[in-house]
Design a protein around this ligand. Sequence first.
Ligand code: HAM
Length: 432
Amino acid sequence: MDLIAKRVNGTEDVTPADSYKWQLVERICTETAEAYGFKQVRIPTFENTELFVRSVGDTTDVVQKEMFTVMGRESRFTLRPEGTAGTIRCMLENGMLNEALPQKVYYILSCFRHEKPQAGRLWEFHQFGVEMAGSKSPSADAEVICLAKNLIDRFGLNNVSLNINSIGCPKCREEYYKALRAYLEPHKSELCETCQSRFEKNPMRILDCKSEICSEIAKGAPLVLDYLCDDCRTHFEKLKALLDSMDIKYTVNPKIVRGLDYYTKTVFEFIAGEGKQKGTICGGGRYDGMIEQMGGKPTPALGFAMGLERILLNMEAQGCDFGEKSRCDIYILPMGEAAEMKAALLAESLRKEGFKAETDLMGRSFGKQMKYANTINARYVLVLGDNELESGRAKLKNMDTGKEEDIALDDKFTETFSTHLMAGIFENTLNG
Ligand code: HAM
């Protein structure tokens, strides 16, 4: 096929065969986040490149290797590789942090990372995320983790484990970096080129490198959890106690460092699947320094984001229930020109009352229209021909039971149809 009719590598289409699954997942995300008091933000798709370089960090893979950056007339812009930096910029720029704290927001957005495309790893992907600013309490960490867990349960996903860690604050990291550099020093020449450049500025990034040799070396590295200051240690202990009290199962995994530089204290990841299919469906943590670094008052903050493609892949693999595809309530089947006009009017009056109604737009025969009504899974079919127009009565066929009933085409038609529809749905539910 011609190149113009092909989608770009690392991107995906969602057709109606699957879009109802996305709608379900997005509805669950929105309703659950709102139950915790989070409100929606909508932010631009691209930001000044510097925003990501400074917050995500110039020694991360995301900034060094994966950003899609375009040159404007005078400055560079980057398609957001994640939602946190833009959301915090939005909170600051709109004065939200001067309002009652904590500020709690959520978003559903597309992100862009130039990674090697594979199942669950795309150039354009979608995240649902939440960000909370203003609370330094471990109970905020617990609430955010609880929300993520609640979502995963509502999706119907089993086989998901929660890993938590603390990567401390800049104070504890000073000591830790000394120990880490001392450990890495003898291996310095074996490290990949990127990691050699990370050695001085940000040695913790080396622990997150995907190269085989660097990850082998990283296995024996000292753990940041052993270098926490009193404040960070107490915070982590309180968080664990809170999670225990809420009966949220977790594993402390001291190797989690996350791939973005802004994190402080708590970090966490939800991992789904087994063996080769295993992957992170949700990641998050605290980033207490970001707001001040962006020029705001020092304000603690935290959040998480989940990859919606990965959520859907896992839901499909686990056979989760996506509910019924939305059904057409009534297909009005006209036979002849006069009936076509009446059908269009009836369909429109039904739609105005909130019903899903369709009629013929293809000039099809009776048989082909019945076939189409089956394809769109119509609950009812109303046949309209010259006789029906003359008598003012028509047959309403219940497509699930095959039962036909005589119905008047008068000004009470919508009301009468509504009664039939409710009775039909009720009967369907009773019959399972
Ligand atoms: P992240 O771990 O980089 O964190 O991404 C969050 C989630 O996005 C991942 O767990 C994964 O499910 C999904 N994801 C990441 N990259 C891809 C990709 N190339 N293709 C498909 N899915 C992907 C963040 O983005 C942070 N902003 C999360 C956060 C919010 N931390 C605090 N607040």
